[in-house]
Design a protein around this ligand. Structure first.
Ligand code: NAD
Ligand code: MG
Length: 399
C-alpha cells in the first residue's frame, strides 16, 4: 500500500482550491499533492508550486504555461508544466493520482472532471456545473469504472453524511428516504425589496452573508440559480426524483442540508459555514480528520430560521426544476445560458434581473435533445451560449 494518497487539484487557485490546500497542509503525512492547475494566475500557482512541490502544474494556455516554466526554472523547481484541456485531462487520470478535487468553475471543468471519473479515481466534486451538464455520463463512469463520487458542495456533502453507507446500491426507496431537504441561505437579496433588484450591482451580489466564494457561484447564490443547479446535482448524486427534492431557505447556513425518512425522522448535518469541513470529510472518507474549521458553539447560536423558497423572487429556481423535468440536454442548456448571463452581469452589460430572463429565453429558443452524449452536450452547450449571447447583446444596458 502507498504511504500517502496522491491528490490532483483542478482549479487550485480558486476559493475551493485554496481551502483544499489548507486542509492538505495539515495532513502532509497522509496526502501528497501531485498536480495543481489554474486558468491564468501564474503568480498564485507559482507560490502554490513552491509550497506544495507537485510533479505537475497546468495552465489554461501555452503563454501562461511558458511564463510559469520560466519562473519555476528561476526558482530551481523541477515541475512539469502542461497547458490547456489536454494537460488537465492528463493530470486528472495519472496513475499516481488517487483523488481528484474538481474545483474548476463552470463548463470548463467538464472534460477533466469526466476524465477523472473515467479513470476510476475518487472524485471530490465541487464543480457542480459538470454534473448538471453531463449527469448520466458521470453516473455511468462511476458504475462502469469503479470511481467514487464524493460531493464537496456543502449541501450534498451534508446529505451524503445523513444517508446510510449503502444508499447508492440499495436506492433511496429501500433506505426509507422520503425527501432530501436542501438548505439555502437565500443569498444577499433574500429580503431586498423586489423593485430594487434590477439595480443590484456585482459588488452587492458577490457580498454573500455567510460564505466567501468565487464570483460566479456568488452571483448564482444571489439569483438562487445555485440552489437550482444543486437540485439537479442532488438528482444525479442520490438518484432522487425531482419531487423528492425540496429547497428550504435557512438564512444562517448552520444546517447544511437534511434527509427526511419515512418514519418521520429528519437527519441533519450542522457546522460552521466553512468549505474545509466537506473537503476534509471527502478526503478522509470513510474516516474523519481535522479540518481547521471552528467548532459550533451552541450556547452562542441564537436562532435558526426556516422559510419556503420564494419562486417569484427567484425565477431561476423554477427554471432549474423545469430543466430537470425536461431532461436530456436541457440542464446543459440552462447551465450554458446561465454562465453567459452571469458573466454579462459581472461585466455590467446586463441587469441582475436579466440573468434569469436570458436563461428562460434560451431554454425556449434552443431545443434540447433526449440523448445525452458528450457530443450532444457540447453541441447544445455551444448553441445555448450563442443564443444567450444574442439575447445579452439585445438587452445590454449600462448598469
Ligand atoms: P473560483 O472562481 O474561486 O475558482 C475557480 C478555479 O478554476 C480557479 O483556480 C481558476 O483558475 C480555475 N479556472 C477558471 N476558469 C478556468 C478555465 N477556463 N480553465 C481552467 N481553469 C479555470 O471558484 P470557486 O468558488 O472555487 O468554485 C469552484 C467550483 O466549486 C464551482 O463549480 C462552484 O460552483 C463550486 N463550489 C464552490 C463553493 C465555494 O464555497 N467557493 C461551494 C460549493 C461549490
Ligand atoms: Mg452549495
Amino acid at each position: 500500500m502507498k504511504a500517502r494518497a496522491g491528490v490532483a487539484i483542478l482549479g487550485s487557485t480558486g476559493s475551493i482550491g485554496i481551502s483544499t490546500l489548507d486542509v492538505l497542509r495539515r495532513h502532509a503525512d497522509r496526502f501528497r499533492v501531485v498536480a495543481l492547475t489554474a486558468h491564468r494566475d501564474v503568480e498564485v500557482l507559482l507560490e502554490q508550486c513552491l509550497a506544495f512541490e507537485p510533479d505537475y502544474a497546468v495552465m489554461a494556455d501555452e503563454t501562461a504555461a511558458e511564463r510559469l516554466r520560466d519562473r519555476l526554472r528561476a526558482a530551481d523547481r523541477p515541475v512539469e508544466v502542461l497547458a490547456g484541456a489536454a494537460g488537465l485531462e492528463r493530470v486528472a487520470a495519472l496513475p499516481e493520482v488517487d483523488q481528484v478535487m474538481a474545483a474548476i468553475v463552470g463548463a470548463a471543468g467538464l472534460l477533466p472532471t469526466l476524465a477523472a471519473a473515467r479513470a476510476g479515481k475518487r472524485l471530490l466534486l465541487a464543480n457542480k456545473e459538470a454534473l448538471v451538464m453531463a449527469g448520466p455520463l458521470f453516473v455511468a463512469a462511476v458504475r462502469d469504472r469503479g470511481a467514487e463520487l464524493l460531493p464537496i458542495d456543502s449541501e450534498h456533502n451534508a446529505v451524503f453524511q445523513c444517508l446510510p453507507p449503502d444508499f447508492a446500491s440499495a436506492g433511496l426507496e429501500s433506505c426509507g428516504v422520503r425527501r432530501i431537504l436542501l438548505t439555502g441561505s437565500g443569498g444577499p437579496f433574500r429580503a431586498t425589496p423586489l423593485n430594487q433588484l434590477a439595480e443590484a450591482t456585482p459588488e452587492q451580489a458577490c457580498a454573500h452573508p455567510n460564505w466567501r466564494m468565487g464570483r460566479k457561484i456568488s452571483v448564482d447564490s444571489a439569483t438562487m440559480m445555485n440552489k437550482g443547479l444543486e437540485v439537479i446535482e442532488a438528482h444525479w448524486l442520490f438518484d432522487a426524483l425531482p419531487e423528492q427534492i425540496e429547497v428550504v431557505v435557512h438564512p444562517q447556513s448552520v444546517i447544511h442540508s437534511m434527509v427526511e425518512y419515512r418514519d418521520g425522522s429528519v437527519l441533519a448535518q450542522l457546522g460552521c459555514p466553512d468549505m474545509r469541513t466537506p473537503i476534509a470529510h471527502a478526503l478522509a472518507w470513510p474516516g474523519r480528520m481535522d479540518s481547521g474549521v471552528a467548532f459550533l458553539d451552541f450556547a452562542r447560536l441564537a436562532t435558526l430560521e426556516f422559510q419556503p423558497p420564494d419562486f417569484a423572487r427567484f425565477p431561476a429556481l423554477r427554471l432549474a426544476f423545469a430543466a430537470l423535468a425536461a431532461g436530456g440536454t436541457a440542464p446543459a442548456i440552462l447551465n450554458a445560458a446561465n454562465e453567459v448571463a452571469v458573466q454579462a452581469f459581472l461585466d455590467r452589460r446586463i441587469r441582475f434581473t436579466a440573468i434569469p430572463a436570458v436563461v428562460e429565453r434560451t431554454l425556449e429558443q434552443v431545443a434540447g435533445r433526449a440523448a445525452v452524449t458528450l457530443a450532444t452536450i457540447l453541441d447544445d452547450d455551444a448553441r445555448a451560449r450563442a443564443a444567450a449571447g444574442e439575447r445579452v447583446a439585445a438587452l445590454a444596458v449600462e448598469v
